[in-house]
Write a protein that binds this ligand. Structure first.
Ligand SMILES: *[C@@H]1O[C@H](CO)[C@@H](O)[C@H](O)[C@H]1NC(C)=O
Ligand SMILES: *[C@@H]1O[C@H](CO)[C@@H](O)[C@H](O)[C@H]1NC(C)=O
Ligand SMILES: *[C@@H]1O[C@H](CO)[C@@H](O)[C@H](O)[C@H]1NC(C)=O
Length: 364
């Protein structure tokens, strides 16, 4: 789960290729052009009829004898089609080795036919392998949108040496003394110590320089990825970042939640739209206040004729929220909250949406 998507899929494909006695691959471009690895993979993951009710699908491997790459690719995709997995690629995409399309093809195959078994008789806590939460995805979105290096694929594992945290501090204008920071590559021996030292320094900066509330948080909690405590630090970083953007635009004036609500109310009133009482206002669940605000900032941008405004089902709320976030981005607001945050009226995330819109509004 720490691997980037591409590495994960390569590892999965190679596991099956090895089981099939086929050569391994290093990429989804040159190495899959002749369709032979794909044949091996399809043959390996296709249903064998040993599961309840799933009929077997035997892959016809005769296409391997075809001499022409393009025709072989077509025959291979015919077999993928029998598994319902022909999407994303045409024979020329396989033969040219288009990496993005082939990655999508393999990802789809993986989702539909993982063909993996949980190891037996092992004491593994499977709950720790659950997918990331929405909150974690939001933080990763935010960090990666700022271009941190390395890119964060797994929230906790990829910040266990605090290097990404230091970059985030710089984004909120907390000076980092890079001479005090241990940098990779870390020697095998003592790497834990080096990373821990970084984490201790990161917590110290948060307490002394950023003036965050970090009661009971130690470097070790970051290094070991204690979820609650790591998220507490990240939340304060993200919040400060958002408020800083506003302060930059408002000539350094202090910005609080109230400042934002007042600005939102003012803009909505000016445009003749209903106001909000706070970031907990249940009317936000429909995303209409957000859409109204976008329309106030860029008049005529919202297609109200396409919107459902009364008696919304959960699905209609989600549709409105997706539309609101995509329109916010379209008018240039760097929104990183997720649609679900609006539907469920998560006050913290709602605040960031309005703050980003306010930052955009200031530029008018
Ligand atoms: C893919 O991997 C092979 C080695 O398995 C290498 O020869 C080839 O250059 C790689 N192709 C790309 C596009 O990276
Ligand atoms: C994380 O830290 C909190 C607060 O100190 C603690 O209650 C919790 O048990 C820790 N979680 C783990 C997984 O260590
Ligand atoms: C925003 O408007 C609501 C309703 O009109 C009002 O109750 C609230 O006090 C206003 N909030 C601010 C901060 O202006």
């Amino acid at each position: 789960i720490k691997l980037a998507e591409k590495e994960l899929l390569l590892r999965w494909a190679n596991y099956h290729l090895q089981e099939a006695g086929c050569p391994k691959i290093n990429n989804f471009s040159s190495d899959i052009k002749d369709s032979k690895a794909y044949y091996g993979l399809l043959n390996q993951v296709s249903p064998k009829g040993d599961e309840d009710g799933v009929p077997p699908i035997a892959i016809d491997m005769s296409g391997l004898r075809e001499k022409d790459d393009l025709k072989r690719a077509e025959l291979m995709l015919d077999q993928a089609d029998r598994l319902g997995c022909r999407q994303f690629v045409m024979p020329p995409d396989v033969v040219r080795g288009n990496p993005k399309l082939n990655l999508a093809f393999v990802a789809n195959l993986f989702n539909k036919y993982p063909a993996l078994k949980k190891p037996e008789n092992q004491d593994i806590d499977w709950s720790s392998f659950e997918g990331e939460t929405r909150e974690e995805r939001t933080f990763r979105n935010w960090m990666n949108s700022l271009g941190v290096n390395p890119r964060v694929n797994h929230l906790y594992a990829d910040i266990d040496d605090a290097l990404v945290i230091f970059q985030l501090y710089e984004q909120i204008k907390v000076p980092v003394n890079w001479d005090k920071v241990n940098k990779p590559p870390y020697a095998k021996l003592g790497s834990k110590m080096k990373k821990l030292e970084n984490c201790n320094y990161a917590v110290e900066l948060g307490k002394k320089e950023a003036k965050f509330s970090l009661v009971g948080i130690a470097g070790q909690d970051l290094h070991e990825g204690n979820k609650t405590l790591t998220l507490a630090l990240l939340w304060q970083l993200m919040r400060r970042y958002t408020l800083n953007i506003l302060e930059d635009l408002g000539d350094g004036q202090k910005v609080t939640d109230d400042t934002i609500v007042t600005w939102v109310n003012g803009s909505l009133t000016e445009a003749g739209k209903p106001t909000i009482s706070s970031f907990k206002d249940q009317s936000i669940s429909s995303s209409l206040p957000v859409l109204d605000l976008i329309d106030a900032i860029r008049p005529g941008s919202i297609r109200y004729d396409l919107l459902k405004t009364d008696d919304l089902t959960e699905e209609e709320k989600l549709n409105n929220a997706k539309y609101a976030i995509s329109m916010a981005r379209k008018i240039g607001a760097r929104v990183y909250a997720l649609p679900e945050d609006l539907v469920e009226v998560k006050p913290k995330m709602v605040m960031t949406v309005f703050a980003c819109l306010m930052a955009r509004g200031f530029k008018n």
